[in-house]
Structures are given as structure tokens and as C-alpha cells.
Write a protein that binds this ligand. Structure first.
Ligand code: AMP
Length: 218
């Protein structure tokens, strides 16, 4: 399977698609948002700074996130495909990622763009709850990704949590930051012929089918 790099606005379904690929195709899921939230939970000074940035809906610095991703990529099991979820989010990160992948000799990559508009994404964010342990993402208003038991992770059987930045006000800032910083990346990968564009509102089964088919095409 090819490695997958997700380019998508918040709440487009990256987490849900990633969960499926991890369970069914042995992918390693590398989510920069999860890595940053772990740092916040650790209570470190860096974590406190990151918390302020994320809570405001803004992006952390390129320097910080590049270091974080570089360290992680260097320790990955090379026999497994990986998913990059949440990185790159700026053109600087995109160019740096390209360098990192060349250095690591990783060439078999697919860039998946999940397309969703602000209105649909906001609806999803309002119902989103996540497992603090395995990070699986659920949605209260979508039968297909609803937890089996109210507010409980199907796998870990612990209480699900709402993310502090999943409120309407912060979400608008995050979505606008995406439009400003991340959408130029789409053209970057389109020009390289690496981009698979998927309608994030076409239903989970359809999204998975399209993505798996292309990811298998190595
Ligand atoms: P996510 O879980 O991907 O929605 O990320 C949550 C938050 O973490 C984002 O709103 C940003 O504040 C921060 N973040 C995650 N990935 C990046 C990145 N590649 N560059 C800058 N900030 C990031």
C-alpha cells in the first residue's frame, strides 16, 4: 500500500478514514494534532504554550511541527505504510516534507484531498467526540460513526471527550486558517500529479473505496 498524506480542512473525515486504514491495512497513523494534544496533556511548559495556540484555533509554528514530524518519521517501522494526518498545513511544511521523504527514501506516496465546505464541516464538528485513549473519532449525528453505547468508546470502553477547539467560534478560525494556508498545497500536489480529490460528503463507504483503490495502486 502507498503512504497517504491527507490534505483536508478540519472535520473532513481524516480521522475516521485513518481508523479504517489502520485496522484493515496495517497503516501507522501519524496525526500532528494528536501529537500536540499529547504534549499538552503532559503539562510541560511547551504543552502550555501549544494549548494557547490550539485553543485559539491558530497554527503552531512551522519550526516546531517540522521538528516533531521529522523525529516521528525517523522512528517509523519502514515495513508498514503510514498516514500523515494534519501535516503539511503550509507550503513551508510541504517543501520540508518533500525533503524529509527523499532523505528517508520514501517515494510511494499518495496525497488525498478531502473536499468539504464550511457549513457541512461545522455540522460535523458540533457532533464530534473522540476517545482520549485510542483517539478514535465518533459523531453523535451520524449513524455510521456513532458510538454503540452513549458517550463510550466501542474499543476502549471509556468515556468519550469533546475537543476544546471543537466549538463554532474556534472552528471558523481553524477553517479560515486552512483556506489561507493549506489550500495552496493542493495546487502544489496537483501540479506534481500526486493528488487524489475525494468528495468528503459522498459517504464513508464511497470515500474508503476510492482511497483504498488508489492506495493499492502501487
Ligand atoms: P487537528 O487535530 O489536525 O485538527 O489539529 C489540531 C490543531 O493542532 C490545529 O488546529 C493546529 O492548531 C495544530 N496543528 C496540527 N497540525 C499542525 C500543523 N501541521 N501545523 C501547524 N499547526 C498544526
Amino acid at each position: 500500500m502507498r503512504n497517504i498524506i491527507f490534505i483536508a480542512p478540519p472535520a473532513a473525515g481524516k480521522g475516521t478514514v485513518s481508523d479504517y486504514l489502520v485496522k484493515n491495512y496495517n497503516y501507522i497513523h501519524l496525526s500532528t494534532g494528536d501529537l500536540l494534544r499529547e504534549e499538552i496533556k503532559s503539562g510541560s511548559t511547551l504543552g502550555q504554550e501549544i494549548d494557547k495556540i490550539i485553543s485559539g484555533g491558530n497554527l503552531v509554528s512551522d519550526e516546531l511541527i517540522i521538528k516533531l514530524v521529522e523525529d516521528k518519521l525517523n522512528t517509523l517501522d519502514k515495513n508498514k505504510p503510514f498516514i500523515l494526518d494534519g501535516f503539511p498545513r503550509t507550503l513551508v511544511q510541504t517543501e520540508k516534507l518533500e525533503e524529509m521523504l527523499i532523505t528517508l527514501g520514501v517515494t510511494n506516496n499518495l496525497v488525498v484531498y478531502l473536499d468539504i465546505n464550511l457549513e457541512d464541516a461545522t455540522k460535523r464538528v458540533i457532533g464530534r467526540i473522540v476517545c482520549p485513549k485510542c483517539k478514535r473519532s465518533y459523531n453523535l449525528y451520524d449513524e455510521k460513526v456513532k458510538p454503540l453505547k452513549d458517550n463510550t468508546c466501542d474499543d476502549c470502553i471509556i468515556e468519550l471527550e469533546k475537543r476544546s477547539d471543537d466549538n463554532e467560534e474556534t472552528f471558523k478560525v481553524r477553517f479560515n486558517s486552512y483556506l489561507e494556508n493549506t489550500s495552496p498545497i493542493i495546487n502544489y500536489y496537483k501540479d506534481k500529479g500526486l493528488l487524489l480529490s475525494v468528495d468528503a460528503m459522498s459517504g464513508l463507504d464511497n470515500m474508503l473505496e476510492v482511497i483504498v483503490k488508489e492506495a493499492k495502486n502501487d
